[in-house]
Design a protein around this ligand. Structure first.
Ligand SMILES: CC(C)(COP(=O)(O)OP(=O)(O)OC[C@H]1O[C@@H](n2cnc3c(N)ncnc32)[C@H](O)[C@@H]1OP(=O)(O)O)[C@@H](O)C(=O)NCCC(=O)NCCS
Length: 206
């Protein structure tokens, strides 16, 4: 079943935006509840010109109470909502609302390969640096535990290059985790057929 996740992660930017009319409502969530899991507080700039204001965004570790909302959002974005483990997530919270999240999960059960996946920011809050803050925190937390991979649409590679990810070359293909190759094949089938997009694998050198 895990192959579905990569396929749907790659789809997050396109199928969902193209075919899904609205984001699900993300319910209120109390910051105090997560005080002990607080990882960082970033400030996100919103608005433009003189109207630009700063809002507090709490970047914290996920917990069990996030999972029902995360599942709902992932399903609506055609990302895999199954087999989620709260502790793998980093979440973004603004004014008590869960507004974004992402995770790093193992690809090969202890073999040293991991996938950055399930990255999502509420549509209304995009472009404020929140997705980047989540990714930065995921990378900090992951440290040097093992090789990181991700699947994405080719048009999204500039976003990931900012964090040191690079496209995997064809000469490296054979060394990719089998599960990742499977996820890419499934994603390519759908993305290529429906969207005319290519699904690519990126990795971050340690
Ligand atoms: C991808 C996503 C998480 C980015 O979140 P965000 O909070 O808007 O990210 P940031 O504000 O940190 O964006 C940083 C930069 O990346 C750029 N960027 C975001 N998505 C991009 C894309 N698809 N292609 C190229 N650049 C992109 C932004 O324009 C921004 O550029 P800027 O700093 O020059 O303005 C968000 O667009 C999202 O939830 N998309 C739907 C789900 C999805 O596709 N997830 C990724 C699956 S691999």
């Amino acid at each position: 079943m895990r192959w579905v996740s990569g396929l749907f992660c790659a789809f997050g930017l396109s199928v969902a935006d193209a075919f899904l009319p609205a984001q699900p409502h993300i319910t209120t969530h109390h910051v105090q509840h997560h005080a002990s899991r607080r990882l960082a507080v970033v400030r996100a700039a919103t608005g433009s010109g003189d109207k630009k204001t700063l809002e507090r965004v709490l970047i914290r570790q996920g917990d069990e109470s996030d999972l029902s909302k995360i599942r709902l959002v992932l399903a609506s974005q055609l990302m895999n909502p199954l087999f989620l483990q709260a502790e793998r997530f980093v979440c973004a919270e603004m004014d008590g609302r869960l507004i974004g999240f992402g995770q790093v999960r193992p690809l090969d059960g202890g073999g040293g390969s991991f996938e950055v996946a399930s990255l999502f920011v509420d549509e209304a809050e995009r472009g404020k640096g929140i997705g980047s803050a989540i990714v930065r925190r995921l990378l900090e937390r992951h440290g040097a535990k093992g090789t990181l991979y991700l699947l994405t649409l080719s048009k999204t590679t500039p976003f990931w290059e900012r964090f040191g990810f690079r496209l995997v070359g064809s000469d490296e293909d054979a060394s990719l985790p089998a599960l990742l190759r499977l996820e890419r094949s499934a994603g390519t089938l759908v993305a290529g057929g429906l969207l005319g997009q290519t699904v690519v694998v990126m990795t971050k050198d340690e």
